[in-house]
Design a protein. Structure first.
Length: 93
């Protein structure tokens, strides 16, 4: 679950808990809202934990960084020129 999904579940649960005045037989909307808020909170914390672990995962630091510069001599560069010749003697179709 992502952070956005957790926030959406928390908002939906809060709406069901405090803003809805609807009664169903055998189902308490307030309890459903609280369960959604708790699930959203768990998902939010898990998403934050995953991001923290992904940022902490770094490759080995002891290896040197090798940088290669790309240099191309302008005199050795080859260019191709295409020439198009058209004849307008023929009538259009």
């Amino acid at each position: 679950m992502t952070i956005a999904g957790g926030i959406i579940l928390i908002m939906l649960g809060a709406i069901l808990t405090w803003a809805v005045e609807f009664d169903l037989a055998g189902l308490d909307i307030n309890v459903v809202g609280v369960v959604l808020m708790l699930g959203g909170l768990v998902g939010l914390l898990f998403g934050i934990y995953r991001i923290a672990m992904a940022r902490r995962a770094v490759g080995p630091i002891d290896e040197p960084v090798h940088r290669h510069e790309v240099y191309e001599d302008p005199a050795t560069r080859r260019t191709t020129v295409y020439e198009e010749r058209r004849r307008y003697d023929e009538p259009p179709l």
